[in-house]
Structures are given as C-alpha cells and as structure tokens.
Design a protein around this ligand. Structure first.
Ligand SMILES: Nc1ncnc2c1ncn2[C@@H]1O[C@H](COP(=O)(O)OP(=O)(O)OP(=O)(O)O)[C@@H](O)[C@H]1O
Ligand SMILES: [Mg+2]
Length: 233
C-alpha cells in the first residue's frame, strides 16, 4: 500500500505538535526520553500497539499521543496515530485535515481500504487515521471483531500504532481497547488528578489484563518551553 493521501497545507504554527515544530526544545527532549523508557519497558516483547488514556478529560492524551507518535516515527519506522476517541475526536484538528472519513469508515464499511483513509504527514514515517463520523455506539464498534481485523491489518503496514482514547472513567472505550493492544500509557495532569480516581482507573485496566507501561505526568505551565513530561511505572 502506498498511502498517497496527504495532509494538505501543512502549517508550522500548530501548537499541539511541539516535537515537530520545536525539535530542540525541552519538551521534545522529554518525549525522546519517554520513547526510550517505553522501549526499555518492553525489552523482551514486541510492542506494536499502544493505547493512551487517562482518568478524567483534558489530561493531555491527544497531545501526548500525537507528540509520541511523531517522536517514534522516522525513515525506518512507520508509525500510525489513530484517533480512537470516537466521542470527542481531535487528531484532525491537531493535523488540520478533514475528518469526513476515518476509523469509523473502516469499521462500518468493509470495502474501504486502509490507504483510502490514512493520511501521510509532513513528518517522515508519521501517518494518521482520523476518527471519521461520530457513531452512536463507539464502545460496540471498538469491541467488534472488525476492530481486531483492522488492528491486524494496521500491524502489517506499520511498525507502531498509537490509539488516542477517551478518558477511562467516563466510558468503556479505553478499557475495551486496552484489552486488545500490547501496552497502555496513562496520562496524569500533574497536581490535578485525585489519587482515588487513578486507583479506580488502575482497577479498570487490571480487570481487562491491560499491560500498563506507565504513567506520563503532564504538567501545564505558562510557557511552551516550560511544560514537561515524566515517565514512571
Ligand atoms: N503539557 C501541556 N502544556 C500546555 N498545554 C497542554 C499540555 N498538554 C495539553 N495541553 C493543552 O490542553 C488541552 C487539552 O489537551 P488534550 O486535548 O491533549 O487533552 P485530552 O486528554 O486529549 O482531552 P480529552 O479528554 O478532551 O480528549 C489542549 O488545548 C492542549 O493543547
Ligand atoms: Mg483527547
């Protein structure tokens, strides 16, 4: 497959994609550290599919997903970022592409091929799949056999697939997907998430035997250069 569909009019003023816009910044360096830590945490197993979720909304999941996908991608490594937040999709906004077709098109229309809906981006090796139309039954679609087939097909064409999800406490979507993938990353906005909510989320992930890779602490400060991420078990 050639994945000819291209992100049009790529602009450099996208605030969400700091690792592409400011590769030498502190934040970009922290994403490279996060990449290394993820690689180390799965030293013996292959890690091809990752879910990114959080306890509550607005933790920074989509921002972390997009920047992590861009950090992993390279000439040799093809990474697909999938907007699996079928309730409040944002990946098309970060990359400024149309969201008429995407994951839900693949889920509901068997004739659609991956290369008809996946976008190439200006970053080498980075591909994106937007959500597509918002469906009435996201959890059901993500839990379907068809979703498993789609993940398998993605694995044939990409080295790493990162799924941006809704928060885990609100709806079952992230839990459903965490049970299907190799690893789950949990985003915590520093200082704002209550411990009981984190424990509740951990329980939900353990219930489906999710392989939790660790937590990303996302700290929002005033200046771009100051915001930063940590990683830990
Ligand atoms: N480290 C950060 N520093 C500054 N701004 C940030 C940071 N992380 C996220 N943001 C901003 O906070 C807002 C929410 O981030 P994002 O959309 O990534 O969160 P989310 O967890 O995906 O939210 P949702 O639950 O709605 O899907 C966005 O406007 C994003 O640009
Ligand atoms: Mg989001």
């Amino acid at each position: 497959m050639l994945f000819k569909r291209k992100q049009k009019n790529p602009q450099d003023d996208r605030p969400g994609l700091v690792v592409v816009n400011k590769p030498t910044s502190v934040v970009s360096e922290q994403f490279r550290t996060l990449r290394t830590n993820i690689q180390f945490s799965m030293i013996d197993d292959t890690l091809k599919t990752i879910v990114v979720t959080s306890a509550e909304p607005n933790a920074g999941k989509s921002t972390v997903s997009a920047n992590l996908a861009a950090t992993f991608s390279s000439q040799e490594k093809r990474v697909l970022l999938v907007d699996a937040d079928l309730r409040k999709p944002t990946i098309h906004k970060i990359f400024k592409v149309r969201n008429k077709d995407g994951l839900t098109t693949l889920l509901t229309n068997r004739d659609t091929q991956l290369d008809e809906v996946v976008y190439g981006t200006q970053k080498e090796g980075l591909f994106i799949l937007t959500s597509g139309a918002i469906p009435p039954n996201p959890a059901e679609l993500l839990g379907s056999k068809r979703m498993l087939e789609i993940i398998k097909e993605m694995e044939d064409y990409f080295d790493l697939i990162i799924f941006d999800m809704p928060p885990i406490l609100a709806v079952t979507d992230a839990q459903v997907m965490a049970s299907k993938v190799d690893g789950t990353l949990f985003v915590i906005p520093k200082g704002s998430t209550k411990q009981d909510l984190i424990l509740k989320s951990k329980d939900l992930l353990e219930k489906v035997n999710a392989n939790v890779l660790g937590a990303v602490l996302n700290r929002v400060n005033k200046s771009d250069e100051e915001y930063y991420y940590y990683y830990g078990e």
